[in-house]
Design a protein around this ligand. Structure first.
Ligand SMILES: CC(C)(COP(=O)(O)OP(=O)(O)OC[C@H]1O[C@@H](n2cnc3c(N)ncnc32)[C@H](O)[C@@H]1OP(=O)(O)O)[C@@H](O)C(=O)NCCC(=O)NCCS
Length: 133
């Protein structure tokens, strides 16, 4: 599939992009939606401190995977890939793109899958958390 990646600070996101990104999260069961909406509703200056990196299907525009970079001081990042499009390397594409902006971003491994993912993209043990089966 042909894909395209786009990066925007949160102040430049359209309302539609915010809704698409907010939908492609664990929603109320996770932190990513709240973090995005929180930053989007902040002051114009603070909004420039958040960034969304969005990977889409070039043909129909479907949002396949995205990440939210945020935080003053230590940059932090959340990632999410559409369930139908996992294990296709899209999360890795987004991660590598995010690294251009924040080489030292802090990530949040919380389970077996995302720990494997962060180890894969980091090429080492994911920082901060070690998932034990
Ligand atoms: C974690 C997540 C973002 C990975 O996205 P993805 O697009 O499927 O990732 P990729 O296809 O780039 O995977 C890269 C590598 O990560 C590892 N990996 C990813 N998913 C895995 C799984 N379910 N089991 C084992 N390893 C996995 C593999 O090494 C994989 O390479 P491989 O497919 O060649 O073996 C996705 O599973 C997701 O959205 N999970 C829910 C949200 C979440 O947990 N986000 C992270 C915390 S904020």
């Amino acid at each position: 599939m042909k894909t395209q990646i786009r990066s925007k600070t949160v102040d430049r996101l359209t309302k539609r992009e915010v809704e698409e990104c907010a939908f492609l999260t664990h929603r109320k069961a996770g932190m990513m939606e709240d973090a995005l909406r929180g930053i989007y509703n902040e002051s114009p200056y603070y909004k420039t401190k958040g960034r969304a990196i969005m990977l889409r299907d070039s043909n129909n525009g479907t949002l396949l995977s995205w990440c939210l970079l945020f935080g003053n001081g230590i940059p932090r990042a959340y990632f999410y890939t559409h369930k139908d499009y996992r294990r296709k390397g899209y999360g890795t594409l987004v991660y590598n793109h995010a690294k251009r902006f924040e080489p030292n971003m802090r990530v949040f491994p919380t389970n077996y899958t995302n720990t494997k993912f962060f180890r894969s993209v980091n090429g080492q043990q994911a920082p901060g958390y070690d998932w034990v089966e």
